[in-house]
Design a protein around this ligand. Structure first.
Ligand code: HEC
Ligand code: HEC
Ligand code: HEC
Ligand code: HEC
Ligand code: HEC
Length: 471
């Protein structure tokens, strides 16, 4: 009698699964400011898609009237532009949506991108949301009510929009006893934590590869032990009122600056550089050894962080003789595995862009598209299933060697220069320039992304010199 045997087996398996899911020890943990049962009842991550409505979130305009100053800061930040910003619109509508519709493995990103970039639309199940500029709530990207109604996160590690939201009258902030005519207030230690930021600033690809890990990089670094959080660097305290009718002016108001790679002054000096030679003098024909130290003294995570698939940080070194002749110096190889990916090259890459663009023969684009080949580039290479470099983080099947600069880490690079026989006597200068780009230029140009996104910004400079003498 095989049938009852199978059904007995099936009910046994089903019973075991029910036990597994209801057993608090085995179910995934939750962290937050409400009692555990309440947190557990809230859907998170992909399960939260479409489980809320637009009415659960007030548009930013309803907060602006009273929180004028903070709202002005937020509007100026990328946080409010995460859906409407040119490159976000292009990448989502030209690459991610068509790719998700063609390739089963990455189908989830059609709604998944919005879990972080247009979270209110994601929670309301409006996928894909209306195009930017059509006046939907998606245009507000990460708005006030989104952050101020988060009560915790589900799982072991914050990532991929696993925040837990509880819409209602209570706006969670950093203080006790605040009174507002518009809403209730309550103190949340959770929104003051780096884990809160990590729910959107850590990301795994559909291939289970970490493609964004700003909070994880921070957690591995020295800042948590010093008591310094994301907020201290990106929401620095300053003088002001919390609201126009706020009880008092405070000196530690959390400014909503969220300034990062798109703010020149935040980037400037993020890596400190010093260059030196072993000897102060040389003769024509001599080899000169140069050392360059690069210290990440300012960022709480690796540089570059976040969308490392598209950010570029590279250093170019030149020798300049007394007549002004310039000689480009390639970096000396260290010999570690995968090093060729950390040295600028114009070989063709990013062929997988042909998948969403429906061009199977797409030849690719120059990998780094920098002025010189042979420069050190501080990067984390992302590869697709076929081992080709990709800038589509959702299509990342593996990573290369991580050669970015960790918080408070110093990397030292070496350069060798053989002084030409006919070099003029006098000062022989060496110049190092560290540049940063938000997006690989060849990719930006190909997809018509406005030039500001691919512009090379000088982040730091260093120089040193030797004297060419005539013995
Ligand atoms: C009618 C005015 C008004 C409106 C509208 C308003 N607030 Fe407030 N809010 C206040 C006042 C007043 C305070 C207390 C400030 C003080 O006493 O210094 C406050 C405090 C806060 C706090 C701090 C809570 C804490 O415990 O630290 C947060 C967060 C907040 N509001 C978020 C919002 C959000 C989000 C919106 C829009 C959905 C909003 N507010 C709309 C007046 C308003
Ligand atoms: C887990 C949250 C999360 C998911 C999911 C996510 N992003 Fe992002 N995305 C971010 C964060 C956070 C940043 C900013 C980090 C940084 O500065 O590099 C970012 C940056 C970007 C940028 C760079 C913007 C700029 O102005 O330079 C683009 C473009 C982008 N995302 C597109 C997408 C697309 C398309 C998807 C879906 C395939 C997606 N993102 C999925 C969180 C996410
Ligand atoms: C990305 C998430 C995020 C967004 C978006 C955001 N806030 Fe906040 N806000 C925070 C965090 C985090 C704190 C508390 C920081 C702390 O105390 O450490 C905070 C604090 C506040 C406070 C209290 C400030 C203080 O010093 O106690 C007010 C008021 C406030 N936010 C209003 C707003 C308004 C209004 C908007 C929209 C215009 C907004 N916030 C958007 C994350 C956010
Ligand atoms: C609901 C998701 C979400 C949360 C929570 C969140 N962020 Fe973001 N944040 C984003 C997205 C998406 C972007 C990317 C904007 C864009 O498209 O370039 C971003 C951008 C930023 C940027 C600008 C990066 C740049 O390249 O200029 C900074 C800085 C930042 N976030 C810091 C924080 C901090 C600090 C917290 C916690 C207090 C936080 N974020 C919480 C989603 C989030
Ligand atoms: C000690 C100060 C400090 C701390 C702590 C810190 N940051 Fe930053 N952050 C910076 C600086 C400086 C930059 C600009 C350099 C850069 O873009 O890498 C930056 C850049 C960023 C960027 C843009 C990265 C890119 O390359 O596109 C994001 C996103 C960001 N921070 C988020 C966070 C989050 C989330 C946390 C906490 C988990 C955090 N930061 C902690 C100083 C800090």
């Amino acid at each position: 009698m095989p049938i009852p045997a199978i059904s007995r087996f099936a009910s046994c398996v089903a019973g075991f699964l029910v036990l597994l899911l209801t057993c608090p020890v085995l179910a995934q943990p939750v962290t937050g400011v409400l009692p555990e049962e309440e947190l557990r009842a809230i859907p998170s991550g992909d399960d939260a898609h479409g489980q809320f409505s637009y009415d659960d979130f007030q548009p930013a305009q309803q907060c602006t009237g009273c929180h004028l100053d903070i709202a002005g800061q937020w509007r100026r930040s990328l946080m409010s532009q995460a859906y409407t910003h040119h490159w976000d619109e292009i990448e989502y509508f030209r690459l991610a949506v068509p790719h998700a519709e063609r390739k089963e493995k990455v189908a989830e990103v059609k709604h998944g991108c919005n879990g972080c970039h247009a979270p209110v639309s994601f929670l309301a199940g409006d996928t894909p949301p209306p195009r930017p500029g059509e006046g939907s709530m998606a245009d507000e990207a990460v708005n006030c009510d989104m952050c101020h109604q988060v009560v915790g996160f589900a799982g072991e590690v914050p990532h991929n929009y696993n925040y837990l939201v509880k819409p209602g009258r209570t706006k969670w902030g950093g203080r006790e006893g605040m009174e507002s005519p518009h809403h209730l207030t309550a103190k949340s230690e959770f929104i003051q934590s780096a884990e809160f930021c990590g729910t959107c600033h850590n990301e795994k690809s559909p291939y289970d590869v970490w493609v964004k890990s700003t909070q994880l990089e921070y957690a591995e670094g020295p800042y948590p032990d010093m008591g310094i959080t994301c907020h201290d660097c990106h929401m620095p305290p300053g003088h002001g009122r919390l609201a126009i009718m706020g009880a008092e002016v405070v000196d530690d108001r959390r400014n909503h600056l969220f300034h990062g790679a798109h703010h020149q002054s935040k980037l400037a000096g993020v890596v400190e550089m010093v260059m030196w030679t072993e000897h102060p003098e040389c003769l024509p024909g001599d080899p000169v050894t140069l050392k360059l130290a690069l210290f990440n003294g300012k960022a709480g995570h690796k540089v570059p962080s976040g969308s490392a698939e598209e950010r570029q940080l590279w250093v170019t070194v030149h020798a300049v003789d007394a007549d002004g002749n310039r000689y480009h110096l390639p970096v000396e190889k260290k010999g570690f595995e995968g090093e060729e990916q950390t040295i600028t090259s114009n070989e063709l890459a990013y062929q997988d862009m042909g998948e969403p663009l429906d061009d199977p023969d797409f030849a690719g684009l120059p990998r780094d598209s920098t002025a010189y080949e042979g420069d050190r580039i501080f990067c984390l290479p992302y590869f697709d299933e076929q081992g080709r470099r990709t800038i589509m983080q959702w299509n990342t099947a593996s990573l290369g060697t991580d050669y970015r600069i960790a918080p408070r880490e110093t990397k030292t690079e070496t350069y060798l220069f053989t002084v030409p026989q006919d070099v003029p006597y006098g000062e022989l200068r060496f110049e190092a320039v560290l540049r940063y780009r938000k997006l690989v230029k060849s990719v930006g140009d190909f997809l018509d992304v406005p030039a500001e996104e691919t512009e090379a910004v000088v982040v730091g400079e260093a120089d040193t010199s030797v004297e060419v003498v005539n013995w």
